[in-house]
Design a protein around this ligand. Structure first.
Ligand SMILES: Nc1nc2c(ncn2[C@@H]2O[C@H](COP(=O)(O)OP(=O)(O)OP(=O)(O)O)[C@@H](O)[C@H]2O)c(=O)[nH]1
Ligand SMILES: [Mg+2]
Length: 424
């Protein structure tokens, strides 16, 4: 893979192929190119129903691209698709500049963003998966005279290509073992177990929608401990490549876990979906999803469609979802916060909005909670302690027969406390 040159001039290109949302996917490609520090100086489209097996574009188009590149000093062409190894080589020959496909572009961005050991490993696996079928067969042959080249006779008759493949496969296997040890899904599972099945809420959505900002806004107000770590938020595509889970405690003492994770983009390369499976699937453990939408971006409907499709592709279905239309502060004449059923229009930077969002969240995750009056004899102080620690106590009174509490409890707590329950 060649080294990234800052502000390299590039041309973006694609075949409309009657695909849905082609216009938006080209806009997205330009944003991805910018995210990778490329300077987009031109765009070329071809209206074809399908690409050509050999050269992807039709021959005339390659000449047109070559001219446009020359005229604009572009040194690279980016194609809005995943190309076969031979298409990549043929286009390169035809247009006379370097060629990257969409997958490579996204892989490059992920590689620059990865910070944690887990993310770095996941990106490297995806890169190797991409490289594997693209190893060049014409590379120098090693000792060919030995003939055969069976497993028993490795080295002797093995071509350089075979050796490269073997080395890559070994490396992929090693990285997979590393990942298994790191156990990406552990954070949510552990937290869930330790915290006695407290509800899990996951922020999902298109990249740069404001998931991490929403998480930090909620943490600032409801984090368990003031020193709870915030997550990284930034105006760039794929700022977050890891899952973070934090515990929140509401003023009434009820708790839930909130998780933030990697954002989506259309046609997320299958290599990444595969290697990030564990990270992406974190949301699958959630009791409630919050789909954060950049409501200030005119393309938000496309972004929502992409999010829904990606969730489906990674097998996340049938989890209740709140639609959270963020960045309302950047829109003209938009009132916020505004709640309508499971939809909220808000801004992650606005206090009132975060309070409204929390209210909507609690309505969902505590839907099966019940409020009862309890009478606990004075010699059962540990029960009062338990209730004050684990349940949402609205009032406490001292009457002759003991402590009288009005509390909202989950179904399990309701079972445990049944014998203290009284009519109010
Ligand atoms: N004006 C405004 N900006 C916001 C709001 N919410 C988020 N942003 C900005 O939007 C940018 C992206 O926010 P992030 O929270 O990093 O987005 P994300 O969804 O976590 O993005 P990825 O991790 O890349 O998928 C940041 O520059 C935020 O400051 C908002 O309500 N209003
Ligand atoms: Mg983020």
């Amino acid at each position: 893979m060649d080294v990234l040159q800052p502000n390299e001039k590039v041309i973006v290109s694609g075949i409309s192929r009657m695909q849905e949302n082609f216009d938006y996917s080209m806009t997205e490609l330009k944003n991805l190119a910018a995210a990778n520090n490329y300077d987009v100086v031109g765009e070329i489209r071809q209206n074809l129903d399908r690409s050509l097996a050999g050269t992807y574009f039709g021959a005339g188009k390659l000449d047109e691209i070559k001219e446009l590149a020359l005229a604009n000093d572009a040194t690279r062409l980016i194609v809005n698709d995943e190309l076969s190894p031979s298409q990549l080589r043929n286009i390169e020959k035809g247009v006379g500049v370097k060629v990257s496909d969409r997958t490579q572009l996204i892989l490059d961005i992920f590689a620059t963003r990865a910070r944690s050991k887990t993310a770095i490993t996941q990106v490297e696996i995806a890169q190797l998966q991409y490289a594997l079928p693209r190893l060049h067969p014409s590379a120098n042959k090693l000792d060919q005279q030995g003939g055969g080249g069976g497993l028993a006779n490795r080295g002797a008759g093995e071509t350089k290509l075979e050796m490269d493949r073997r080395v890559l496969n070994k490396r992929i296997a090693k990285l997979r073992r590393d990942l298994k040890e790191a156990d990406v899904g552990a954070e949510v599972r552990r937290a869930k177990r330790e915290e006695n099945r407290i509800p899990v809420v996951a922020l999902v959505g298109y990249t740069n929608a404001g998931k991490s900002t929403t998480m930090n806004g909620l943490l600032e107000r409801y984090a368990d401990h003031p020193e709870t770590k915030t997550v990284f938020e930034k105006d760039m595509l794929f700022a977050t490549l890891d899952t973070s889970v934090r515990q929140l405690t509401l003023p009434d003492n009820r708790k839930f876990l909130l998780s933030d994770t990697v954002g989506f983009v259309s046609k997320l390369p299958h290599q990444l979906v595969d290697s990030f499976k564990a990270t992406l699937a974190e949301a699958a453990n959630a009791d409630l999803l919050i789909q954060v939408v950049d409501y200030a971006d005119p393309h938000y409907p496309e972004m929502m469609a992409i999010t829904e499709k990606t969730l489906k592709d990674i097998g996340i279905e049938n989890i209740p979802m709140i639609m959270a239309y963020n960045k309302a502060d950047l829109r003209d004449a938009t009132l916020f916060p505004q709640v309508d059923g499971d939809n909220i229009v808000y801004s992650a930077r606005d206090d009132k909005s975060l309070a409204a969002l929390i209210e909507l969240i609690t309505k969902h995750i505590y839907a099966d909670h019940e409020t009862h009056t309890y009478l606990v004899p004075f010699d059962q102080g540990q029960i009062v302690d338990y209730m004050q620690r684990e349940t949402a106590v609205a009032s406490t009174d001292y009457v002759e027969a003991g402590t009288k509490l009005v509390a909202t409890v989950d179904p399990i707590q309701a079972g445990k406390l049944k014998k203290y329950q009284v009519e109010d």
